[in-house]
Write a protein that binds this ligand. Sequence first.
Ligand code: DNO
Length: 389
Amino acid sequence: MEKTWRWFGKKDIITLDMLRQIGVEGIVTALHEVPNGEIWSLEAISDLKHFIEAAGLRWSVVESLPVSESIKYGGKDREQLIENYRISLANLGKAGVKTVCYNFMPVIDWVRTDLYRKNPDGTSSLYFDRIRFAYFDCLILKREGADNDYSAEEMRQVYELDKTITESEKNDLIESIIVKTQGFVNGNIKEGDANPIAIFKRLLALYDGIDKNQLRENMKYFLEQVIPTAEEYGVNMCVHPDDPPFAVLGLPRIVTSGEDIEWFLNTVDCPSNGLTFCAGSLSAGLHNDVPALARRFAKRTHFVHLRSTDVGENGNFIEASHLAGRGHLVELIRIFEKENPDLPMRVDHGRLMLDDVNKAFNPGYSFIGRMFALGQVEGIMAAVKEFEN
Ligand code: DNO
């Protein structure tokens, strides 16, 4: 597989020169400064591409070309937004950037409740705590009917937590769930936005009455319009699975399981309509057997995220070592190296450790933890190549 790295553009404190030194071959990035829904011009794409190439690397994957909210809920301006999306795709194809990752998660992208969960060794990892999440949903957001989404025992624990939780912990929950994890991935709320809860509630209201079937219809509509353009320009689209892979906050999620993946691949059945195989996201759902999914969908996978999780019986999950947990990365690498050795792969997230603590990295995207994981993955790749062939 091609060793790629998510780089956040010219302002990233991790430079392209640093990445070359650690064996990175391809860059995964986006025009982060272009607001969602606007066209990515050929000029801006080419400029960034040349900048990357001047450092001796290549722009392998776009992550993400964001799908505007209105396309997902089927708003009045979706035709225009889809048209803009097609133009951006065509421009990427013309510039020779041919793999495009996106997601179809309503309102909120990836969800974590704790960005600095301490491990026994002193490092920290990203974490999802179901009771704290339910607390946010029921007692901070106060979403109507939210308590129906949790068991009686879970609600008992939510009210127990209410007796001890501090204001600063409540604030951390808001920051972790809807602010710090969202802005840098072109999400809806950025750091510094006033009253994130109010913005978030307005966004949730846009999905009133939109269930799983309707969201599928809207994704189908989108794919039917954009995949022909992707095909024409030789671009491979690859949807990122929902993270975590289950419905949250009363919102439907439609890329969570083998059945879901099968559905969208068959809906527009052509090679340009593919999957980002995010082992971390898929592994956080106990219903998913990650290596089995890799075997099943390797042929339609255009991009791989290597990461793993450990899931507790209560549904809490922690981002595990890249060598352990439900992701089974050794097996995945074996599968993907065999099926498609040219696939771009990036290690996803990493532990926060050593000198990186207190530096202004995006959550999950510190340097040393990711470099460490890349070393582990490189080792697996070498072993797989040595012993499989
Ligand atoms: C988080 C990421 C996601 C991902 C998008 C892709 O770390 O894995 O935000 O980039 O969902 O569209």
